[in-house]
Design a protein around this ligand. Structure first.
Ligand SMILES: *Cc1c(COP(=O)(O)O)cnc(C)c1O
Length: 357
């Protein structure tokens, strides 16, 4: 089979060596004589893997001690509700920035827990930019942001400066760039965008801020309960957690988040350079809001779509079709995507200009 250049938005590309080690562990895990997926999650070996995964997450994100890490189920979609249940006080309100489909879903779920104050929205502009957020006053328990908008290809260049603590969905840019954790109370993200196979969602939570909502929280959604059980309140998604651990080891070995950020910026720089240079293409996101992870673009003349689609398919490129709500194309350039794959796409775009320009 020839090499596929995988630009899929999620689940997404993972390092080849991680996939090899994970598949070996499914057959027979190290010297335990059993498959990873047929062993007790309370076995010494798996508990050690979970603990290493939690510790490595904290280390790679350079989080201060006040943060604790959980790997749970339900994806980011359940975290929308969990975040509000744990941080929105009974009778209180929280501020939300509406920057895309996932933000809108976070807002919808938070309404199950209390009043939601949508401070700003770029919906009327097809979510093509990250709107400014004014300071958030003390009536709001937190400001919720979606740091990278996977579908529309926008990303916060800088985190908003507010006095309210930040709660963030980082599903699609987790571990892709450094950030200052200081303003955050909670960070969460489904692992399947940049860290591992689907099944687990990561929470990094400031433990001291829990338990202040005055509400009764169902056990699974109560982050204090989950922390009290060291992320083992119930059976964790063992394969997803273990493979995430392997990806984090891979990331650490290549120099951590700072090193991958430089690679990611080289990849996005290469592609955006071509989108801006090539007269046959135009970007969707405004330049100051462009995502390093998901680049959205389209053909200026859509009548060429069938031939362009044929060209990138022939180059063994996968997953380039844009989300149905935006149309056009979306190139997702997660951590494990090599620069060479971006070069292949850029070469296809250049050749397309030569034949159709
Ligand atoms: C994919 C995605 C989600 C949804 O994640 P699930 O784990 O499938 O619930 C939420 N937010 C963002 C930013 C995403 O990219």
């Amino acid at each position: 089979m020839s090499h596929v250049h995988n630009f899929s938005a999620g689940p997404c590309i993972l390092p080849q060596e991680v996939l090899e080690e994970a598949s070996q562990a499914v057959k027979s895990w190290d010297n335990h004589g059993l498959s990873l997926v047929e062993m007790s999650h309370r076995s010494k070996a798996f508990v050690a893997a979970m603990e290493e995964c939690r510790a490595l997450t904290k280390e790679l994100l350079e989080l201060p001690d006040r943060f604790e890490i959980l790997y749970l189920q339900g994806g980011a979609s359940l975290a929308f509700l969990t975040a509000a249940m744990n941080f929105l006080p009974e009778g209180g309100q929280a501020a939300y920035a509406d920057t895309g489909t996932w933000s809108a879903k976070a807002i919808k779920e938070a309404k199950h827990a209390g009043r939601v104050n949508v401070l700003t929205s770029s919906k009327d502009d097809k979510y093509n930019h990250i709107p400014e957020v004014a300071d958030v006053d003390g009536d709001n328990a937190y400001l919720h942001i979606t740091t990278n908008n996977t579908i529309f290809g926008t990303q916060y260049a800088h985190m908003p400066q507010t006095t309210a603590p930040l709660v963030a969905d980082m599903s699609s840019d987790m571990m892709s760039r450094r950030f200052d954790p200081e303003p955050f109370a909670l960070i969460y993200g489904g692992v399947q965008k940049n860290m591992g196979p689907a099944g687990a969602v990561m929470y990094a939570v400031d433990r001291a801020r829990l338990g202040q909502t005055g509400r009764s929280i169902p056990s699974y959604l109560d982050l204090e309960v989950q922390l009290g059980k060291d992320s083992m309140f119930n059976t964790p998604p063992v394969f997803s957690v273990y493979t995430t651990l392997l990806t984090l080891r891979w990331l650490k070995a290549l120099g951590g988040v700072e090193a991958i950020q430089a690679r990611n910026e080289a990849k996005s720089g290469l592609l955006y350079g071509e989108i801006d240079r090539n007269p046959l293409f135009e970007g969707h996101a405004q330049i100051g809001s462009r995502s390093h992870m998901n680049a959205t673009f389209r053909l200026v003349d859509d009548s060429h779509a069938a031939t362009f689609d044929d060209a990138w398919n022939k180059a063994n490129i996968n997953g380039l079709k844009g989300h149905r709500s935006v149309g056009g194309y979306r190139a997702s350039m997660y951590n494990a995507l090599p620069l060479e794959s971006v070069q292949v796409l850029v070469d296809v775009m250049k050749e397309f200009e030569r034949t159709h320009g």
